[in-house]
Design a binder for this molecule. Structure first.
Ligand code: NAG
Ligand code: NAG
Ligand code: NAG
Ligand code: NAG
Ligand code: NAG
Ligand code: NAG
Length: 385
């Protein structure tokens, strides 16, 4: 091996780095959480209770913002989403290390160093630094421009039968989507409805039927067994005839919405509730801008909610762990909070037990260079023999 001062310096830096750790970065906040839905709020709660300074930056755009009320969230069955978030904010606000901002986030850029740190820039151009990032940025439902769909979304027209199905139990029910989704829908909902129409909007073609048969060869028989008829006409528009928010039945736990579906041909059909099958996309360009690994339009995470970027965690609907609902959002937010906290604690511990702190990698290299000088050069050369 040919001696070079640089080789020696870099070996010496490695030695120094073992013996001495760098101080953890001094940032505006220890954690920045992006997104104030149940996932982000849970992450904020978790880190606040262990007295981590944290800023929640919340664009105030929520996937369930239009729904009348949440269900299947124990202790909060029937709570409107805004009331739920409001109570969460109020309760978290009592922790002095928790901070809130109602802005969007434009960019998140890593800061070079031994430990992770980031500069977060919001929509007003304000910069904040933080050691760890939790993204609870959510997804958006991709709805076609059919008149009446977006307008009535979340109010009698829904995608999640656990969230919204029960309030429409035993009512005339419709499903809108590709034919291959229909049996899956029925298997999720046949305990709620017995008068079911599958509005497959022109997808009952030879290819469509083949897609349906891939998952269930006897899909047709099964649909018929659950009294499900197929309407293949092209949907032109959806008209609301009645608002279930004001028509709730005797106990208040039913919602009698009523819709009239219009088609490009033939007579319209009336239904009280509609379940749809449409894809989702990331609600913000942030994960892509950050270069995170995205799989099937979800931020890829490990079981610890870690993304492909060290120090960045993703929670709630936006992440890849295959579940999108409020309990999942809360669980993943809480889980990320634990990993974020312990990861920072490990960094602090490593830094604390070192004798000398405060040197960056380049400062260490410079110091190594200085200390090596020419005295050690001889010894190095001897050691090479
Ligand atoms: C941010 O939004 C929340 C929820 O809408 C609201 O309660 C709060 O007052 C807002 N904060 C500021 C600083 O505007
Ligand atoms: C935020 O950081 C950017 C990039 O470093 C800088 O151009 C900008 O002036 C900063 N904004 C403020 C408000 O300091
Ligand atoms: C029905 O299918 C047409 C053609 O593929 C599509 O453009 C439209 O968005 C679909 N409508 C609904 C309500 O899914
Ligand atoms: C079966 O579906 C038909 C047509 O949608 C409906 O008229 C009938 O009431 C349904 N039967 C039951 C038991 O709900
Ligand atoms: C369903 O509609 C599509 C598009 O209009 C059409 O190509 C197909 O033949 C229809 N299927 C049946 C069974 O009528
Ligand atoms: C996504 O994350 C999983 C779990 O950590 C990992 O096994 C997989 O390799 C990742 N996928 C990509 C494309 O990085």
């Amino acid at each position: 091996m040919v001696f070079s001062k640089t080789t020696f310096a870099s070996a010496f830096v490695s030695l120094l780095a073992c013996a001495t750790a760098v101080e953890v970065p001094k940032t505006d906040y220890e954690v920045i959480v992006v997104g104030g839905g149940p996932a982000g709020l849970s992450a904020l709660s978790g880190v606040s209770r262990v007295r981590r300074t944290a800023l929640l930056i919340d664009s105030q755009q929520y996937r369930n913002g239009v729904t009348r009320e949440m269900h299947d969230v124990i202790g909060n069955d029937g709570t409107p989403p805004a009331a739920f978030r409001g109570l969460a904010r109020e309760q978290i606000s009592k922790y002095p290390t928790a901070h809130f901002s109602n802005e969007t986030v434009e960019s998140i850029v890593p800061i070079e160093g031994e430990y992770t740190a980031f500069t977060v820039t919001d929509g007003t151009g304000q910069n904040y630094t933080a050691r760890k990032i939790v993204l609870g940025t959510g997804v958006r439902d991709i709805l076609p421009p059919t008149p009446g769909l977006r307008e009535n979304w979340g109010k009698g027209i829904f995608w999640c039968p656990w969230c919204d199905g029960y309030e429409h139990r035993d009512q005339p029910f419709g499903m809108i989507g590709d034919i291959h989704h229909m049996l899956g829908n029925v298997l999720e909902t046949h305990t709620q409805y017995s008068d079911i129409i599958a509005f497959v909007n022109g997808s009952q073609t030879a290819e469509g039927e083949a897609r349906a048969a891939e998952a269930y060869p006897d899909w047709k028989e099964q649909l018929a067994a659950w009294n499900t008829t197929i309407d293949n006409r092209t949907i032109a528009s959806i008209e609301r005839l009645q608002d279930g928010g004001d028509n709730r039945g005797e106990n208040g736990d039913q919602q009698f919405d009523k819709f009239r579906l219009h088609f490009t041909t033939g007579e319209p059909v009336e239904r009280n509730a509609l379940m749809v099958n449409y894809p989702t996309e990331q609600a913000t360009p942030l994960p892509a801008k950050m270069g995170l690994v995205i799989v099937d339009d979800k931020i890829n995470v490990t079981a610890a909610m870690r993304t492909s970027e060290e120090g960045v965690f993703a929670v709630g609907d936006a992440n890849s762990d295959g579940s999108t609902n409020v309990p999942h959002a809360m669980y993943t937010g809480k889980k990320a909070a634990v990993y974020v906290h312990v990861e920072m604690s490990r960094e602090e511990s490593k830094s604390k037990i070192s004798k000398r702190t405060g040197l960056s990698h380049s400062e260490l290299a410079a110091e190594a260079d200085r200390e090596i000088g020419d005295n050690l050069k001889r010894e190095w050369e001897l050691a090479q023999k």
